[in-house]
Design a protein around this ligand. Structure first.
Ligand code: ZN
Length: 347
């Protein structure tokens, strides 16, 4: 074991390398950099408990949701999207948002808790329940907004304006996620100008962060890189984030493309939990442990303990009773940069 294999936390060996992303061969053997530099640290929003669970067929009881969030809290995530404050009639699975929030043990970790809100009433409920941040979702296209949210795009903007002013008054940061920013199942290719106009409007209204979502997995890396580059120019001074689905296998490549455009915030879901409403059975959000593994292997930090994360993913898969699409769960991580290991828990 050489000194170069020591992790930032001083621990020695593969577990440290896996946890911190500091001692893989990629960073040890003088490999040249990628043509476009990528951020040295990525900030993760774990969306499994909300976006992920909302899109699985199984019935999930409140205790399981609470257990999952509490298991994720000590792992080093920047944020966890825990609940949604949409109307219980619209998404019955999220009707227990207040109960879930009450069950979260904040002593387990400093991770900030995010709640999804569709309107003023959702903001009020979220603030009362004690979330740290809010996430407001709207679609980039009219037809998707009507299908998914049952309102017009103009109607969404009115709701956003009101919700954002409440958030600003309460001093709670609100992110705006523009879903179907790259492709729409009804309208196809989404013109970048439309997304940028919408992003500019959200920034003017006070959004703390703007996330572009590929909810239906239609984006490609060139498109992702291009749109985020243009966003940096035309909507400066707002934090950019990316929400990717791996529906057609382009998720990891799209993440790398976003990183090359300087995006350092991304969403991912434990075990790849989730789905796609337009492709039954298709893979959902990019898988957290797969992405953390890729990033750590590249020497990019996430702050997340990958070994502990895999333990949580495997345990949760068992409790859920359905196989999760995450690939690391099947193949095992590459602990020392050379040897795939399925017995990673024998550390
Ligand atoms: Zn998603």
């Amino acid at each position: 074991m050489t000194a170069a294999r020591e992790g930032a936390d001083g621990a020695v060996g593969s577990r440290s390398a896996l946890a911190t992303g500091t001692a893989y061969p990629s960073t040890e053997h003088g490999e040249v950099s990628l043509p476009s530099p990528v951020p040295e640290r990525m900030r993760l929003l774990e969306v499994g408990p909300r976006d992920g669970l909302q899109n699985v067929d199984a019935t999930i009881d409140t205790a399981l949701k609470i257990d999952l969030i509490n298991a994720l809290l000590p792992l080093g995530f920047d944020r966890i999207e825990a609940v949604s404050f949409v109307h219980p009639h619209a998404v019955p699975l999220m009707a227990d948002a207040e109960a879930v929030m009450a069950g979260i043990d904040r002593r387990l970790g400093p991770t900030r808790i995010v709640g999804l809100v569709p309107n003023d009433r959702g903001v009020r409920r979220a603030l009362d329940a004690g979330v740290d941040e809010l996430n407001f979702v709207l679609s980039a296209t009219e037809s998707q907004d009507r299908w998914n949210l049952n309102r017009s795009l103009a109607g969404s903007i009115v709701l956003l304006e009101s919700a954002l002013s409440m958030a600003v008054a309460a001093g709670v940061p609100m992110r705006v996620t523009i879903s179907t920013a790259f492709g729409c199942p009804f309208e196809g290719y989404v013109p970048p100008e439309r997304v940028l106009d919408l992003a500019r409007r959200c920034a003017e209204l006070g959004a703390a962060e703007i996330c572009l979502g590929d909810t239906t997995g239609m984006a490609n890396p060139r498109q992702v890189y291009s749109l985020f580059q243009r966003m940096a120019e035309s909507v400066p001074r707002v934090r950019r984030a990316v929400h990717l689905h791996n529906t057609r296998g382009t998720g990891p490549a799209n993440l790398l493309a976003a990183m090359q455009a300087g995006v350092d915030v991304f969403d991912a879901s434990l075990g790849g939990l989730g789905g796609c409403p337009f492709a039954p059975g298709a893979t959902g959000n990019v898988c957290t442990e797969d992405m953390v593994h890729m990033l750590h292997a590249m020497g990019v930090r996430t702050g997340v303990d990958l070994v502990a994360l895999l333990d949580v993913a495997r345990a949760f898969e068992g409790r859920l009773g359905v196989p999760l699409p995450g690939q690391l769960l099947r193949a095992g991580p590459i602990l020392d940069g050379l040897t795939p290991r399925n017995d990673y828990d024998a550390r």
